[in-house]
Design a protein around this ligand. Structure first.
Ligand code: NAD
Ligand code: MG
Length: 391
């Protein structure tokens, strides 16, 4: 079997390390061509010594010397800086790029990979939130596959196999509800980032875990679903399903609904993106119905968790507004993780940023990058203003 060569952007993260577990489980199928990380030099070095890629990238240039020294004497090339991500995705022989870095930093390397004709396994939902219209135009222009890794979108993708001529009436994205499901605003006013980081069902990176607590993660996923499956906002519903067993559902024009179920294990959607259209055996833990005597479904509380409503508003407004929403969100989440802003203020700052930054109906890549910068600056200033106000 010819091995598929993989570039893994964000190798040291939650998705990155699980992608490497999938590769480890199938040594005859895959080979790591490039591994990248932002700052975790120690883990990147360890991964490089195990997987022996052609190159590694450490985007934090201050860590270059450490990685270079550790890999001296091997044939592994060491690159530094964010621009290198756009280079390595274009290497000859690359069969798949797994985009598993976090935030809008994923946009440029993903676009570079698509333009070079590489298939993408996309975990980095922010790329589609920020530049969905542009990214999808490039995907069709260059004829590449964009395979979802996000569990909900993988579920929808799996439900659509064999349905190519059958239009989707509606999709239902399931949401666990996060650690604060059922809580009111009075309770949320004083929750800490430590409490928000305790997700009931999934162990993930810090940013997406906070997004799950605020329901922004589901809002980003609604926008991601629009672009991946060509849907209108009114065709995308969110249903809270605290057991995280049903990963999402598709309703067709005859009223029939297909759902995809399985263990809450990201290695499954990662593996499906890597082996699509085939399913390949593994020894990952199986679903046990005895653990789930009941599966429940309820409406999300968007009055309390306003971020989901803000994401729908951004989707309706279109253009660069989802980019504004995303950039402001990245800033408030970073501030919340440092204790610099309260849980409920995150939505207020995102809303104010969306009202302040100029809207552009059909943005170019430069417009997106400018909007991202400007929105971050405004959200940051609002965080500081808020802090002063609290004191
Ligand atoms: P993480 O924080 O655990 O890992 C992020 C990775 O990206 C790390 O390797 C880090 O070094 C790298 N990185 C971070 N910022 C970077 C930057 N500015 N430039 C270059 N590299 C950078 O995050 P994660 O939880 O693995 O999530 C990754 C992406 O996958 C996110 O977009 C997230 O929404 C999505 N996702 C994650 C999960 C999950 O279970 N963790 C599930 C669904 C979707
Ligand atoms: Mg998800």
């Amino acid at each position: 079997m010819i091995k598929r060569k993989i570039v893994l952007l964000g190798a040291t993260g939650s998705i990155g390390t699980q992608a490497l577990e999938v590769v480890r489980a199938h040594p005859n199928r895959f080979e790591m061509q490039v591994l990248t990380a932002a700052t975790n030099a120690e883990l990147l070095i360890q991964q490089a010594l195990e997987f022996r890629p052609q190159a590694v990238v450490i985007t934090d240039e201050g860590k270059y010397a450490e990685v270079k020294a550790a890999l001296t004497g091997t044939s592994i090339e060491v690159l530094a800086g964010s621009a290198a991500l756009e280079e390595v995705v274009q290497y000859d022989g690359v069969g798949l790029v797994i985009s598993a870095l976090v935030g809008s930093a994923g946009l440029r390397p993903t676009i570079a990979a698509i333009k070079a004709g590489k298939d993408i396994a996309l975990a980095n939902k922010e790329t589609l939130v920020v530049g969905g219209q542009l990214v999808m135009e490039l995907v069709s222009k260059h004829g590449v596959n964009l395979l979802p890794v996000d569990s909900e979108h993988s579920a929808i993708f799996q439900c659509l196999v064999g349905e190519s001529n059958n239009p989707i009436e509606r999709v239902y994205l399931t949401a666990s509800g996060g650690p604060f499901r059922g809580k009111d605003r009075a309770y949320l006013a004083s929750v800490s980032h430590e409490q928000a980081l305790c997700h009931p069902n999934w162990v993930m990176g810090a940013k997406i875990t906070i997004d799950s607590a605020t329901l922004m993660n589901k809002g980003l996923e609604v926008i991601e679903a629009k672009w991946l499956f060509g849907l209108e906002a009114r065709q995308i519903d969110v249903v809270v399903h605290p057991q995280s067993a049903v990963h999402s559902l598709v309703q067709f024009e005859d009223g029939s609904i297909k759902a995809q179920l399985g263990p809450a294990d990201m290695r499954l959607p990662i593996q499906y993106a890597l082996t699509y259209p085939n399913r390949v055996g593994n020894n990952f833990k199986r679903f046990n119905f005895a653990d789930f005597p009941s599966l429940t479904f309820e409406q999300p509380d968007t009055d309390t968790f306003r971020n989901l409503a803000l994401a729908y508003r951004a989707l309706e407004l279109g253009g660069n507004v989802p980019c504004i929403l995303n950039a402001a969100n990245e800033e408030v989440v970073a501030a919340f993780l440092k204790g610099g802003v309260g849980f409920l203020q995150m939505s207020d700052i995102i809303e104010e940023t969306m009202a302040t930054v100029g809207h552009i109906a059909k943005p170019s890549l430069d417009d997106y990058l400018r909007t991202d910068r400007e929105s971050r600056a405004i959200a940051k200033a609002l965080v500081i203003k808020n802090k002063t106000y609290i004191i």
